[in-house]
Write a protein of this length. Structure first.
Length: 470
């Protein structure tokens, strides 16, 4: 399932890796309902939800209209109540709103101030089984960043020390700070990066208010919000992070294991445990600004080779340029997948397509909804029509992203909004000996100057993601 909710103009459309925005109601009359929080503008947070089988989503519900243009975080209670922690846009205060679940969605509670001093950023919230809430955040004072933490024992109505209290300061201060809160076994953990040079954690038992001394997980350069951490009931904690490649460390409840290298590249990592096994997703650059979502998991002899998660988002199985005048296909599959300049064209026209009836065919074993088109030479004077095959005929459609006549050098083109919007009657058919799902662009008005291609794929430009436990 893939659902397009809208286009965001926020600085962090999907937040940062340590944040949480996607939840499933664990129990009660709305058990199984999935809800997603999103920031589509610089000042607003919206919510949408769906029940099984998650194909029909609610309309977007605005829940916050006063946030700063920065990441927020949330946690869900067993009854579906959402505790939303964010930074107030007017003065950078750290605040909270309670969102109460009902059959029709979520109702929005009053604004609660957690801390009203200094400049605050990057909140991370978690909830103990007892109901105690904790928020860790980056407190910025006169050019120095600290990780601070406060707690509430009455569902966020009041916070220890009052609105002016800084709570507990966990770090000595540095040039940056990004925290991630989690629970594992009988402990609350804060995993954080400090000054870009250290990844560390501190923990506290449920029955105390004293935080243990810091444990350094790694040191070096380049530490930022590119990390994630998660705990499970057995007391295990997994941390995935980026510094000189993608790396992983695990705490088994008593000791930390060694550093495991997962991949030479990657960003926006996420880790979750399924049946006690860590699964790691991350983004990997596929060239020309394209990034794809990869998955790896721990196996008996280490982590598996990363694989692409979304089979619709990849290079094409086949790509053909067709010349109507010559009535011939030329296979440009390899050329469409690489970044070699000006190697996608039909030899008869020296263009991807040019004369009336010329076509570009793009085929995949799976339905797809997006194109990334990079041209070395843009087309001029011509127009094309876009078509898919419904089992008996080619059906014309206007791309959701708007008309595209190969007249811009770099275009991310939505054919349809998302995979839920792909035509139900789209069928495979055999083109030049390859039976696939095909989309074709057909010249309706001849080009005076034909376009020449460098790369054409179905790989999107993913910038960030949030993973939910199944």
């Amino acid at each position: 399932m893939q659902k397009h909710f809208g286009n965001s103009v926020a600085t962090y459309p999907a937040g940062i890796a340590p944040g949480r925005k996607l939840f499933r109601v664990p129990s009660g009359p709305r058990a199984g309902r999935v809800v997603v929080l999103m920031q589509l503008s610089a000042v607003a947070v919206s919510l949408a939800w769906a029940d099984l089988p998650y194909t029909g989503w609610s309309a977007l519900q605005a829940v916050v209209s006063d946030t700063a243009d920065g990441p927020f975080d949330a946690v869900m209670a067993d009854d579906g109540t959402i505790f939303l922690a964010y930074i107030l846009g007017s003065n950078n205060d750290l605040v909270l709103r309670r969102l109460s679940a009902s059959d029709d969605g979520w109702s929005v509670g009053d604004l609660i101030t957690v801390y009203n001093g200094d400049d605050n950023h990057f909140p991370s919230i978690c909830r103990e089984p007892s109901g105690r809430l904790h928020i860790a955040w980056d407190r910025h004072v006169s050019g120095t960043d600290y990780v601070n933490i406060k707690y509430s024992d009455n569902d966020g109505d009041n916070w220890y020390g009052g609105p002016s209290g800084v709570g507990v300061t966990l770090t000595a201060g540095g040039s940056s700070a990004y925290p991630r809160m989690l629970q594992a076994g009988e402990y609350i953990y804060v995993v954080y990066t400090d000054s870009g040079t250290t990844l560390a954690c501190r923990r506290k038992h449920y029955l105390t208010t004293v935080w243990e001394s810091a444990t350094e997980l790694d040191s070096g350069t380049g530490f930022s919000h590119q990390f994630d951490a998660v705990g499970i009931d057995t007391g295990v904690v997994g941390v995935v992070y980026v510094t000189g490649g993608l790396k992983f460390r695990e705490f088994d409840g008593s000791t930390w294991g060694g550093i495991v290298s997962i991949d030479d590249g990657g960003d926006n990592p996420q880790v979750r445990y399924f049946d006690g096994i860590p699964h790691i997703t991350f983004l990997l650059n596929s060239g020309a600004g394209q990034k794809n979502l990869y998955l790896t998991r721990r196996e008996a002899d280490g982590f598996s080779s990363p694989v692409i998660v979304d089979t619709a988002c990849r290079t094409f199985e086949k790509a053909f340029c067709y010349s109507a005048g010559a009535a011939s296909f030329e296979d440009k599959t390899e050329a469409s997948a690489d970044s070699t300049t000006a190697d996608i064209y039909h030899s008869g026209s020296s263009a991807v397509l040019k004369e009336s009836g010329d076509s570009l065919y793009l085929g995949s074993p799976h339905s797809f909804h997006h194109l990334k088109i990079i041209l070395s030479t843009v087309g001029a004077g011509g127009t094309v029509g876009w078509q898919y095959f419904n089992g008996t005929a080619w059906i014309a459609f206007v791309p959701s992203g708007g008309a595209f006549n190969f007249d811009s050098a770099d275009r991310s083109l939505l054919l349809w909004d998302d995979l839920l919007s792909v035509p139900a009657d789209w069928q495979k058919t055999a083109i030049n000996g390859s039976e696939l799902f095909w989309v074709r662009a057909v010249v309706s008005v001849a080009f005076t100057s034909g376009p020449v291609g460098t790369m054409i794929t179905a790989v999107p430009e993913i910038t960030s993601l949030i993973l939910m436990e199944a």
